[in-house]
Design a protein around this ligand. Structure first.
Ligand code: DGI
Ligand code: FE
Ligand code: FE
Length: 196
């Protein structure tokens, strides 16, 4: 895979600040991949393409969602979440990416999903903590990302869901399912550790 081709193609799709965000996600994801045992070259490819469709029109995204038989319930939620699943389809069709873990990492980078792989979590977290981000609570997630991938991802998901709820935004069901699965998994782990 020629990364320069992917980078140039992505650059053409994005406003300059958004492309700078993408470059910071790439660096952050590579660092996290090394730290938590994901494949850095795959983290790079997924990160370069993760926001490829960020500025596509409602019409273009809707067309891809229908043609690629993506879940139609997406259309009942905020347009902001559409660029992730469509991005995975573009990665496959236009750039010939077949690695399911890379495609899934692009697909789940906005809302997550239950059963995320290490690579998916790395890309999700890199998108949230890249050094240009200024969300309330992001420093705490950066600190957790030094130590534990699951705990950091859970905190990022929780922050996002709570923020969107405070804005009266509907939450896509997969986002809740992803957050709750991690929460259950981590509280189970804590109970097992306490009982030994
Ligand atoms: O594309 P980025 O800005 O780098 O980041 P992103 O893909 O994580 O998030 C894009 C937007 O999607 C962000 O403003 C928050 C929003 N979002 C994430 N999950 C949900 C959501 N919006 C709604 N309505 N529901 C969700 O579950
Ligand atoms: Fe995104
Ligand atoms: Fe992003």
């Amino acid at each position: 895979m020629d990364l320069d081709v992917l980078l140039q193609a992505t650059k053409k799709q994005l406003k300059p600040e958004r492309f700078e965000h993408t470059l910071r996600v790439v660096d952050t994801a590579v660092e996290l991949a090394k730290r938590f045992g994901a494949d850095p070259p795959k983290a790079k490819i997924a990160s370069i393409l993760h926001d490829y469709c960020k500025f596509w029109s409602r019409e273009q995204l809707t067309q891809w969602i229908k043609r690629c038989q993506l879940p139609l319930d997406l259309l009942e939620y905020h347009k902001e979440i559409w660029h992730a699943p469509v991005g995975a389809e573009v990665a496959r069709e236009e750039f010939g990416i077949v690695d399911e873990d890379i495609l899934q990492s692009i697909r789940s980078h906005t809302v997550g999903r239950p059963g995320m792989s290490t690579l998916e979590k790395v890309v999700y977290l890199a998108d949230y903590i890249e050094p240009g981000r200024r969300f309330p609570g992001v420093d705490e997630v950066r600190r957790l990302a030094e130590i534990d991938l699951d705990v950091a991802v859970l905190q990022a998901m929780d922050n996002t869901i709570l923020f969107l709820q405070s804005q009266q935004q509907p939450i896509y069901p997969l986002a809740i399912a992803a957050r709750d699965e991690l929460k259950r998994m981590l509280s189970g782990k804590r109970l097992r550790e306490e009982s030994v």
